[in-house]
Design a protein around this ligand. Structure first.
Ligand code: DAH
Length: 356
């Protein structure tokens, strides 16, 4: 058996020779393991004379502690040396060299939404934010769509177990906005607000339909707002959005919350009117249904229809994003395919090859 005093020296010699962490681990077993030198010394304690037991025991513990500390220290040194080796190896590192890392990007619909929000802000609109979860009153009743009204069939609704529902259209916030600003109207301040949101409908999904899509609702209410205001505003707003004169057409459209109601179509910017899957081969895209707010809707929102009139519109943000980026299949937006979704960042509105 090695004498306790010589153990420290032996360890130091072996530790100096160890160049790898695995060798260090071997040393740990050799000295501190169950059958190692220290365990051997401990076992031998019983043969030591009673009056020296305490002293020898302490000595063994000191040596044990020394070896433990030394191993830990040596281990840290080895890791640091390894790190330095790696740094030295990458000496040629060039900070200006473009690294192929995955950076995040905004979703194309977010980009379009922000752009359109800015346009509306510049026209004096406030941008409001509302929850995607609403209730029957806001989504239907307050919009002049009572229970059992056939118009409810136009929107196949997802109901929640709480009795609430997922908003089928951004019009669902009209009542809240009217209430929020009705007092301002009385003070002579016109109501101009847009409120974007994700909407949900139980739709059969194909290249042009999704069960989750985005709209931006807008409302303008004041004294003496007429259809000519509506038409002028829609034209100005859309030419701002597309940054050129777009070809639009108005068709009569029925929506219980507007009277009269219109369907505003825009010539498909993807195919230039020739027909493609995005426009169902018609050359036109339904972009912005609109109309004069129904007196019942104003009343439900606490606004006197005898004093005030207004128009409302529901801009299809998802459609807009398809045109903006020339996306032919609506399913791309919910695909979670980062490769597809991150490529749109800095493209401009697709004005098609047919542009004059
Ligand atoms: N909320 C309707 C829908 O999603 C769209 C709509 C139509 C909104 C006419 C309006 C409007 O503001 O005036 O089907």
């Amino acid at each position: 058996m090695i004498e306790i005093d010589k153990l420290t020296k032996l360890f130091e010699e072996k530790a100096d020779a160890a160049g790898l962490t695995s060798e260090l681990e071997q040393l740990r077993v050799e000295f501190l393991g169950k059958k190692g030198y220290i365990a051997e010394q401990m076992a031998n304690l019983r043969n030591v004379e009673a009056d020296r037991k305490k002293e020898v025991g302490q000595k063994i513990n000191e040596v044990k502690q020394f070896i433990e500390d030394a191993i830990q220290k040596r281990f840290a040194e080895m890791l640091a040396a390894e790190e330095q080796r790696l740094i030295d190896k990458t000496e040629a590192y060039d900070e200006s060299f473009p690294i192929d890392t995955e950076t995040g990007s905004y979703h194309p619909i977010t980009l379009v939404q922000r752009e359109v929000e800015d346009i509306f802000r510049s026209m004096g609109f406030s941008v409001e934010d509302y929850s995607e979860v609403t209730d029957d009153f806001n989504c239907f009743e307050a919009l002049n769509i009572p229970k059992h009204h056939p118009a409810r069939d136009m929107q196949d609704t997802y109901y929640l177990s709480t009795g609430q529902l997922l908003k089928t259209h951004t019009s669902a916030a009209q009542n809240t906005i009217l209430r929020k600003y009705s007092a301002d109207l009385e003070k002579g301040l016109p109501l101009r607000a847009v409120f974007p949101s994700r909407c949900f409908r139980n739709e059969k999904i194909d290249a042009c339909h999704e069960n989750t899509f985005f709209q931006m609702e807008g409302m303008m209410v004041d004294r003496d707002i007429s259809i000519s205001n509506l038409i002028y505003f829609m034209k100005t707003m859309l030419s701002e959005v597309f940054q050129r004169d777009v070809t639009v057409r108005l068709r009569p459209g029925f929506f219980p919350f507007v009277e009269p109601g219109f369907e505003l179509d825009i010539q498909c910017l993807i195919c230039g009117g020739d027909g493609c899957p995005s426009c169902k081969d018609s050359g036109w895209l339904e972009l912005c249904p609109c109309g004069m707010i129904h007196p019942n809707v104003l009343t439900a929102g606490g606004v006197d229809p005898e004093k005030y009139t207004g128009f409302a519109f529901g801009l299809g943000l998802t459609r807009l994003a398809m045109m903006r980026y020339g996306i032919k299949d609506i399913r791309v937006f919910n695909s979670c395919n980062l490769k597809s979704l991150s490529q749109f960042t800095d493209r401009t509105f697709n004005t098609s090859e047919k542009e004059d």
